[in-house]
Design a binder for this molecule. Sequence first.
Ligand code: SF4
Length: 556
Amino acid sequence: MTVTEIPGATTPARPAARPPRADRSNGQWKVDGLEPLNANEVWKQEEGGLAVRERIEKTYAKEGFGAIPAQDLTGRFRWWGLYTQRKPGIDGGRTAQLSDDELSDTYFMLRVRTDGQALPPEALRVLGGISVDFARGSADITDRQNIQYHWIAIEDVPEIWRRLESVGLETTTACGDTPRGFLGSPVAGIAADEIIDPTPVILEIKRRWIGNPELANLPRKFKTAITGHPSLDVVHEINDISLVGVVHPELGPGYDLWVGGGLSTSPRLAERLGVFVSEDEAAEVWHGVIQIFRDYGFRRLRNKARLKFLLADWGVEKFRHVLETEYLGHALPDGPAPKPATGPGDHVGVHLQKDGRYYVGAAPVVGRVGGPVLSGLADLIDEVGAGRVRLTAHQKLVILDVPEAGVERLVEGLEGLGLTARPSPFRRTTMACTGIEFCKLAIVETKDTAAAAITELERRLADVVADGSLDEPIQLNVNGCPNSCARIQTADIGLKGQIVTVDGPDGPVQQAGFQVHLGGGLSTVERDEAGLGRTVRGLKVTAAELPDYVERVIRS
Ligand code: SF4
């Protein structure tokens, strides 16, 4: 079987994030007024997404799925982390032909935000219990530090919220045109080499503005990342706003401000505004940037509504000027850029904390954990006297506060749970999005395909790993469609799900496969600067041939 393949025929990534036309109203509230210019803007203005919670609790959970009107189901539910999931058995080749209604099941995906918070054993048990009691055992760690469930029935949602909120967790604005779940450094407050602990800033922003109606009708989603760790562990280049720990030569530790990053089908890396943000002012600066997005973001076309399009239109200088003059009321000092990353930022393995205890990063397979694993992890943490767990931006988790005497038992116990602190390079650096199993936009399967590829690569490339010739890990990101939930453009090998035509014994046949995107990457210890890589025109692989292709790339 041959696959269309034209090696070397590369084409630049598509021009990223071009702003919409300037000669007509683009729905910028402070420029064009508040008149809604598309159906989404109409219903968001009529009644915001936050309001639907009361109806879920009082009506829909009692009367069932059939009582939910379309506008709530496909719109406002997202403000509480709820999307209908894909009906089982619909072929990926039909995704583009069917309506959302035809693709939708009566069950939901539910996203729980952790915002870089540490999860004590009680929280892990609650998360595990919800999975077993209401989600058929499902639970995935996403690359935005969320826990994502599937198979949620509307009748169970109020009880799930009650349990989550009893341990300080929430689904508030986990999806929708809102400030979604934050990425926070998984080693905040414990790493010996930390520049600044971002926890107080994250907590202040959450306390003041998450769930606040003032910020619940944005042009589109708004992603936040905050770290003070020199491994640059929150993929700061691809968030709408990032605060990255730096040391100012006169003012001491604080943050460097980045804005306007985002991937999807028009990728753009975030840019530095060149300002230094003190810890005291960080929450206000976050508030200023998100207000700029709310007030000036483009609202006519949803595919031009992310902050990156406004930055492309304005440029860095104007963005900084508007932030300082209209929103903060004073200038910010110039500040230094972050230094190159000091490590891979996934925190896998055993590391010393500043207090003499240890943190241990562990890898599930492509983020899949499940309820029994979460509950088992809680028991293991109690057994070894560790304290807490954080999720990472790489679909991994980190166990914190492990006493030295408990490290060996913890590492052994993690293996028993299917979470290893010593993953192969392939398991460590492979991520996969939700894919066709549950996602209505998907064209191909992802999680099982990626898991099978990891197993196969571990078998085939054991020699390369053993002799040390794989000196740099190869990041492999598997996406089920042209969207980039698993960050196609930032991987060494990024795979974009699509139907590919291959030669079969009786002529051309269509199969699940991937368009290949090569050479992307975020700042790492090996790479000073992020880059978006390139789509290789004509280079496609079928899902079945994925291990062959990756093996060829690695061996060559
Ligand atoms: Fe769904 Fe596509 Fe995102 Fe994967 S990349 S989760 S298939 S929208």
